[in-house]
Write a protein that binds this ligand. Structure first.
Ligand code: FE
Ligand code: FE
Ligand code: ZN
Length: 276
């Protein structure tokens, strides 16, 4: 069965997100660990996280994805900014242990002119300080569209980060379909080729989750503007091939489309039908 969900607001707590997901027909979801500016997170209520874990087990959820604030930059120019990103992520990972065994996804960062190689080195250095052998969370690098000076604009740049992380079994990759199309990969005409390239450069065993989004812009645009499923430049046929692909079909798919909750429910229902 297709594992599909969408991005949800965490304002009402963890159990509320699980219930919300069920109402939408979802069996996974994503949420921001704190507001996008990266301010202080609310204290965790262990009864709330336990209740969510119970609901997830009962309803056979796939792993859920906690998304780091996208303003954090592990490879910024200022040491202070890098330290802030590192400390915030370390705090997120401590909190994630209240939800054992889930995913923590983050945008690798922007090298702001220092170069992708320097960026990858900073990111890996930070991960080597943050990750610990006892953690049960898998940290996912998200594939990026390549706007500005984003690191992770191709599979090679993701590989360069992974290669420098010591606790490599704590690391994985989340492939965002809007981002990889915007980055230039041909999901429409050559999905097999793109996945073969992913396997050659990174290894498909590292692929843990998919952000399933259509794109407002054509392949190679480097824009990162998500579109609703079937209304963008990737289109319904290519998206159907993605959710049915043998190398992908068992992964959790998470929608980050510009939708309200009824819109998400419709997309979940549509994709469940198309996956059959
Ligand atoms: Fe993201
Ligand atoms: Fe994404
Ligand atoms: Zn995006």
């Amino acid at each position: 069965m297709l594992h599909i969900g969408c991005h949800l607001s965490s304002s009402k707590g963890f159990l509320a997100m699980g219930r919300q997901a069920l109402e939408l027909g979802a069996d996974t979801f994503q949420f921001f660990t704190r507001n996008p500016r990266g301010s202080k997170a609310k204290d965790i209520d262990p009864a709330d996280t336990q209740a969510l874990m119970h609901l997830m087990a009962e309803h056979h959820f796939a792993p859920i994805i906690a998304h780091a604030p996208y303003t954090l930059n592990l490879c910024g120019k200022e040491g202070e900014n890098r330290a802030f990103a590192r400390e915030t992520m370390a705090d997120d990972l401590r909190r994630m242990e209240y939800l054992p065994g889930q995913y923590y996804n983050f945008h690798p960062g922007s090298h702001v002119g220092q170069g992708a190689e320097a960026g990858a080195a900073y990111i890996a250095e930070a991960l080597n300080q943050i990750l610990c052998p006892e953690q049960t969370t898998t940290v996912l690098l998200e594939t990026m569209a390549g706007k500005g000076t984003e690191v992770g604009r191709n599979f090679q740049e993701i590989r360069e980060i992974l290669d420098q992380v010591t606790l490599s079994d704590k690391m994985g990759v989340c492939l965002d379909t809007c981002h990889v199309s915007d980055a230039g990969y041909d999901l429409i005409n050559d999905l097999d080729g793109v996945l073969a390239e992913f396997d050659r450069v990174i290894g498909l065993d590292k692929l843990k989750a998919i952000h399933l989004n259509d794109s407002k812009n054509p392949r190679g645009s480097h824009k990162d503007r998500h579109e609703c499923i079937g209304s963008g430049c990737i289109g319904l046929e290519a998206i159907t091939r993605i959710i049915r692909h043998p190398a992908l079909r068992d992964l959790p798919f998470c929608l980050e489309t510009p939708n309200d909750l009824p819109g998400y429910a419709q997309e979940v229902e549509l994709l469940r039908k198309l996956a059959e």
